[in-house]
Design a protein around this ligand. Structure first.
Ligand code: LLP
Length: 419
């Protein structure tokens, strides 16, 4: 439980609003976010950045609802994007495109041109072919693209293999041994301006040590480049800081960010701007997925609690066997029974939690906690299920920030054959 999701007379509430009220008004499944929680994590990064050349680029892939982006834009955040679509979201939310960095291994020409037309702050480039493409597109539209190379520092972030990105075997970044040559190539291209360096070693990282290991390698590169006359303006340390889903103990945000900033300063680079690209640590614990129990199904080997949210709403358990705490919104005093919490989708992988002790009855509400990051954004329409509603709570105010999808929304773009 966080300060923002808490119990009021035993019932789960977000800020000043009981979750039961949200379910009654908007139905379930519904994602619920706390504005105060979003603000507090942002402010925790901002506190470390204060008085230094450092800023936060929210990795909006974690949660790209327009209202969430709006909250961060108002707080002064920049954005880390990975598609043209994400850039259009930033614009729709009132964000400043000049505070946007464009990451990702597979940017298309159209996406590059779109980003250049909005004068984004820069591109995090991951390969020589991408440099060549960006140079050609920039030349065509008459601009110089600001470029930072994402290097692969070959550091073990000690996290789930699907979300570890800084090891040699990954598709991400420029291999460490090729970094200097790739910078020379970039510096020689006429429509590019080399401005920075970037690395991102993985996600849900709960220790500082891998960050410092990667940062030292990044700073070695910065120094080697300076000796060749390539002077970088910024150092982007990526995102990846973990959150508490269960019993993990990640470093606190301000302490973590301060440690990295102090290392940069200690090595004599305090004049260069440091960019943080957090996603999960800004939004993960600011959201929960509210769902209703449909049926209880006792079984020979297992008891199932069948709810109205499913793997299409929250894919993380099915995809990564990820753990999310699941709480009864209004706990009953009956004896708890151990259930697998599953959805209605026709897959055995459709589960939200396994072996959870709960005292529940059909019609009860459950909250799947820590669902603010990589929750709604990874949802799908599998089984022709409309995607969930999203609600943002601000004090005692409840704002519907995305309507629940209706079935007709789902097949609107489909066409019947003529005969
Ligand atoms: N920067 C880059 C270049 C990234 O690829 C990512 C995330 C981030 C920043 C933000 O990382 P964060 O602070 O959120 O850890 N779907 C997975 C996580 C995938 C992360 C992808 N990259 C999950 O649900 O655990």
């Amino acid at each position: 439980m966080t300060a923002f999701f808490h119990r009021q007379n035993g019932a789960l509430a977000v800020e000043q609003v009981p979750l039961a009220r949200i379910a009654a008004e908007f139905g379930t499944p519904t994602y619920v976010y706390s504005r105060a929680a979003l603000t507090s994590t942002y402010e925790a990064y901002a506190a470390a950045c204060k008085g230094r050349r450092a800023r936060v680029q929210y990795a909006m892939k974690a949660n790209s609802n327009l209202a969430v982006l709006q909250v961060f834009a108002k707080l002064g955040a920049g954005f880390d994007i990975v598609s043209g679509g994400e850039l259009l979201r930033v614009l729709a939310a009132g964000g400043d495109p000049r505070k946007v960095v464009f990451s990702g291994v597979g940017k298309t020409e159209a996406e590059m041109a779109l980003a250049l037309s909005h004068d984004v702050r820069g591109f995090n480039v991951e390969s020589v072919p991408e440099l060549d493409r960006l140079n050609a597109v920039a030349g065509r539209v008459g601009k110089r693209a600001r470029v930072s190379l994402r290097i692969n520092p070959d550091v073990d972030a000690k996290t789930h293999p699907y979300i570890s990105t800084g090891l040699k075997g990954n598709k991400f970044g420029v291999a460490f041994e090729d970094v200097m040559q790739t910078y020379r190539t970039a510096a020689a291209l006429p429509h590019l301006e080399v401005t920075g360096i970037d690395c991102h070693i993985g996600s849900q990282i709960t220790e500082v040590a891998p960050y410092l290991e990667a940062l030292d390698k990044v700073l070695d590169v910065v120094e080697a480049l300076a000796r060749e006359g390539i002077d970088l303006e910024h150092i982007d340390v990526g995102g990846g800081l973990g959150i508490t889903y269960d019993d993990e103990t990640p470093p606190d945000i301000t302490g973590f960010a301060t440690t990295l900033l102090e290392r940069v300063a200690a090595r004599g680079h305090g004049h260069r701007e440091v960019l943080f690209e957090p996603g999960r640590s800004l939004v993960g614990n600011a959201g929960a997925l509210l769902t209703t129990v449909e049926f209880l199904k006792p079984g020979a080997a297992k008891n199932f609690c069948i709810v109205d949210a499913a793997m299409n709403d929250l894919a993380r358990p099915a995809m990564y066997e990820a753990y999310h705490r699941i709480e009864a919104v209004s706990p009953r005093s009956d004896a708890a029974v151990t259930y697998d919490i599953v959805g209605p989708v026709c897959e055995s992988g459709d589960w939200l939690g396994r072996d959870r002790a709960l005292a529940v009855q059909p019609g009860d509400l459950l909250a799947v906690m820590s669902a603010g990051a990589y929750g709604f954004v990874m949802s799908s329409n599998y089984n022709t299920r409309g995607r969930a509603a999203e609600v943002l709570v601000d004090g005692d105010q409840v704002h519907l920030v995305r309507e629940r999808e209706r079935a007709e929304d789902l097949f609107r773009n489909e066409r019947l054959l003529k005969d």
